[in-house]
Design a protein around this ligand. Structure first.
Ligand SMILES: Cc1cc2nc3c(=O)[nH]c(=O)nc-3n(C[C@H](O)[C@H](O)[C@H](O)COP(=O)(O)O)c2cc1C
Length: 195
């Protein structure tokens, strides 16, 4: 059974630490669900880059399909699945943009080729062929050949501010344990749900 903690972020961090030791790769991979202005759902994987009491941070291209969805509806849902531990964590809430300083600090920590990749990719736009992307990579490699690569103004991060966080732990005979934290008047309340 899941041992309850007062703060769900503490519980998340404990599970994430275990998953980082046991998952073969990308323990920080999560499914991010957004919706179109018409309410149609859309889901894809992104990587969690930081988490604290303020929320869950991922980075992306601000012209991408997901970013366009977020502009029209800031409410998103996240889902982590750690197969090796038979655990799932679901998060729901609105997003806010991270500060320029925070995005700069993370961008600066990335390998130079990933920084150039961020400049070269028009994420989610149609691509005529691989040659077009390679030509853009060559263009930005030449442009930023010397010195630091600045963060493009179309690339940054979002922080998902959790309103609910659900922890799911596999139990025998599919009688799984589900613990939900809900934010009520800025306090976390907990409930257990039928599996
Ligand atoms: C393991 C994995 C990690 C990924 N991490 C990111 C990420 O951190 N940020 C991102 O924008 N896309 C990431 N992607 C690519 C996205 O899944 C997606 O293809 C891309 O962001 C375009 O999505 P969109 O067209 O819905 O905006 C990742 C894909 C995988 C499989």
């Amino acid at each position: 059974m899941i041992s309850e903690r007062e703060n769900p972020i503490d519980l998340f961090n404990a599970w994430f630490e275990e998953a980082s030791d046991t998952e073969p790769n990308d323990a920080n991979a999560l499914s991010l669900a957004t919706s179109t202005p018409g309410g149609l759902p859309s889901v894809r994987i992104v990587l969690l880059k930081s988490v604290d009491d303020r929320g869950f941070v991922f980075y992306t291209n601000l012209g991408s399909r997901k970013a366009q969805h977020i502009q029209s509806n800031a409410h998103v849902a996240l889902c982590f699945h750690w197969k090796s531990l038979r655990r799932q964590v679901r998060v729901e809430g609105p997003v806010e943009a991270v500060s320029d300083e925070e995005a700069d600090a993370y961008f600066d920590s990335r390998p130079k080729m990933s920084q150039i990749g961020a400049w070269a990719s028009r994420q989610s736009a149609p691509l005529k062929g691989r040659f077009e992307l390679e030509a853009r990579i060559a263009e930005f490699t030449a442009r930023f050949n010397i010195g630091k690569v600045p963060r493009p103004d179309f690339w940054s991060g979002y922080r998902v501010i959790p309103q609910t966080i659900e922890f799911w732990q596999d139990q025998t005979f599919r009688l799984h344990d589900r613990l939900v934290y809900s934010r009520v008047d800025n306090q976390w309340q907990t409930n257990r749900l039928y599996p």
